[in-house]
Design a protein around this ligand. Structure first.
Ligand code: AP5
Ligand code: MG
Length: 212
C-alpha cells in the first residue's frame, strides 16, 4: 500500500519541523510553508518584502499566496509528503483537499503540547540558515556555538521568535485551529500525539501510526 500523506498540525513550537526531519528518514518528502516563505524573504523579491512585515508581526499570509508557493514547490510524483504549517485556515484545508491531495489518504497528526511550554522552546530555538536544521539552546545545542552540526551553516534566530510575536502567533493558531480539527475529525483522519515528552517518543508514536 502507498504511504499515507501526513498533515502535521500543531501550535508554533510544538515540534512540526523537528518531527518532519525524522519522518523524512522513513522516505517522505517534506514541505514547510514557513520555510518556503522565509526563503522568499531571503531572496528579497517584491513578494518577499511584503511577506517580511506580515511574518514578523506573527500574522498569516493570505491563503492564495501560500497555496501558489506550495504548489510550485511540490512534486507529488516523488511520493508521499509531510505538509508542515499547511493548512492553517479552514479555507486552506479545503484547498488542500480540492487542489492538491485526497485527504482521505492522509493522516492529520496533531502535536499536542501545553501552550505554557512553547514560548521557552521558541525563544531558545536556533535554525540553520542553510539547511533549516533545528536546534535549541537549552535541550539541543549545536556542538559549536552558532554553527550547524550537519552542514556548517550559520545558525540564526528567526525574526518572529521573540516573545511578543510568539504571543500573536499563538493567538492566531488558537483562533484558526478548531474548524480544521472538525474538518479532519469528520473524515476520520485526525490523530493526536503527545508532543510534550521528548522528540524520540513522539516520533515513535507517529511511526507506529503510519505503519512504517
Ligand atoms: P512556521 O514556520 O510554520 O512557524 P510555526 O507554525 O509558528 O511553527 P514553528 O516553526 O515556530 O514551530 P515548529 O512546530 O516547527 O517547532 P520546531 O520543531 O521548530 O510559520 C511562520 C510564519 O509563516 C507564520 O507565523 C505565518 O506568518 C507564515 N505562514 C506559514 N505557513 C503559513 C500558511 N499556511 N498560511 C499563512 N501563513 C503562513 O521546535 C521548536 C523548538 O522546540 C526547537 O528549538 C526544538 O529544538 C524544540 N523542540 C522540538 N520538539 C521538542 C520536544 N519534544 N521537547 C523539547 N523541545 C523540543
Ligand atoms: Mg517549523
Amino acid at each position: 500500500m502507498s504511504m499515507p500523506q501526513i498533515i502535521l498540525l500543531g501550535a508554533p513550537g510544538s515540534g512540526k519541523g523537528t518531527q518532519a526531519a525524522r519522518i523524512v528518514e522513513l522516505g517522505y518528502n517534506h514541505v514547510s510553508t514557513g520555510d518556503l516563505l522565509r526563503a522568499e524573504i531571503a531572496k528579497d523579491s517584491k513578494l518577499g518584502q511584503k511577506l517580511k512585515g506580515i511574518i514578523s508581526e506573527g500574522k498569516l499570509v493570505d491563503d492564495q499566496t501560500v497555496l501558489d508557493l506550495l504548489k510550485a514547490n511540490i512534486d507529488l510524483q516523488k511520493g508521499a509528503y509531510i505538509f508542515d504549517g499547511f493548512p492553517r485556515t479552514i479555507e486552506q484545508a479545503k484547498m488542500l483537499d480540492e487542489q492538491i491531495i485526497q485527504t482521505e489518504k492522509a493522516y492529520a497528526i496533531y502535536l499536542d503540547v501545553s501552550f505554557d511550554e512553547l514560548v521557552s522552546r521558541i525563544v531558545n530555538r536556533r535554525t540553520c540558515g542553510k539547511c533549516n536544521e533545528i536546534y535549541n539552546l537549552v535541550n539541543k545545542p549545536p556542538k559549536t556555538e552558532g554553527v550547524c552540526d550537519r552542514c556548517g551553516g550559520e545558525l540564526v534566530h528567526r525574526k518572529d521568535d521573540n516573545e511578543k510575536t510568539v504571543q500573536n502567533r499563538m493567538d492566531v493558531f488558537k483562533g484558526q485551529i478548531e474548524p480544521i480539527f472538525s474538518h479532519y475529525e469528520k473524515k476520520g483522519i485526525l490523530r493526536r500525539v503527545d508532543a510534550s515528552i521528548n522528540p524520540d517518543t513522539t516520533f515513535g508514536q507517529i511511526k507506529e501510526m503510519v505503519g512504517r
